[in-house]
Design a protein around this ligand. Structure first.
Ligand code: ZN
Ligand code: FE
Length: 255
């Protein structure tokens, strides 16, 4: 049986998630921007949080962890390398480790770049990938701590997962990401169609997450830094992929 996943909007534009294993009742909360919306979402479904998974140390992903852990007794899991700047962990994990939510197993993946120590959680049997501020819908997180080659390596690691993987990212930035993507990749017909769909969803105030990894590969400029047409357009025909990624990221920072 696969995890049932619920998207929970928090704060201004953050997303947190519930991942529920119907077989055992185990329920993971992925990131806690605020405790109240997650407690409400759990209560509405009659679910009890058994695990809290932390992606990275930024306040808008962890502020609610202590309150949620106190209210539910859930086990707090996060990167051991970042333990000094995360809420108290019950379980410190490293990239390559396996975590278990009820019957479902997930892998911890290093996605350093936005921060060093940022991890993603991949549940292959459920086709679910929780990426927070690494790979985002039509975008990627800003490089606050890591380097461009590091983020490129992180994104490349995610790009190798199956195309039918659903990407559950940390923020609703997709409409503005789409406008930027069209500047980098204006002739991409898949991107044009996706940008339209995103605009319509946002008009109705619908979330644009999760997205499919295959859609990201086809339309997200940050995953497409290796494509000859993108390199040519940026005047970087002979540059290596990580350099092209760095240039796209620099342009986005100024966008
Ligand atoms: Zn962040
Ligand atoms: Fe964030």
């Amino acid at each position: 049986m696969t995890l049932e996943i619920v998207t929970v909007p928090c704060l201004k534009d953050n997303y947190a998630y519930l991942a529920h294993d119907p077989a055992t009742g185990a329920t993971a909360v992925i990131d806690v921007p605020a405790a109240a919306p997650l407690l409400n979402a759990l209560r509405d479904r009659g679910w009890k949080a058994s695990h809290i998974l932390i992606t990275h140390h930024h306040d808008d992903h962890i502020v609610g962890v202590p309150a949620l852990a106190a209210a539910t007794g859930a086990r707090v899991i996060g990167a051991g390398a970042d333990a000094h700047r995360l809420p108290q962990l019950d379980e410190a994990v490293s990239p390559g480790d396996t975590i278990r939510i009820g019957m479902d197993e997930g892998a911890v993946i290093d996605v350093s770049g936005h921060t060093i120590g940022h991890v993603a959680f991949h549940f292959p049997a459920s086709n679910a990938l929780f990426t927070a501020d690494s790979l985002m819908a039509l975008g990627c997180g800003r490089l606050f701590e890591g380097t461009a080659p590091q983020m490129w390596a992180s994104l490349s690691r995610l790009a190798r997962l199956p195309g039918n993987t659903k990407v559950y990212s940390g923020h609703e930035y997709t409409a503005s990401n789409a406008r930027f993507a069209l500047e980098i990749d204006p002739d991409n017909t898949d991107l044009m169609a996706r940008a339209k769909a995103v605009a319509i969803a946002r008009e109705k105030n619908q979330p644009t997450v999760p997205s499919l990894l295959s859609e990201e590969l086809a339309t997200n400029p940050f995953l497409r830094a290796g494509r000859p047409e993108i390199k040519a357009r940026l005047g970087l025909a002979n540059a290596d992929d990580a350099e092209v990624f760095a240039e796209i990221r620099r342009r986005k920072d100024r966008f």
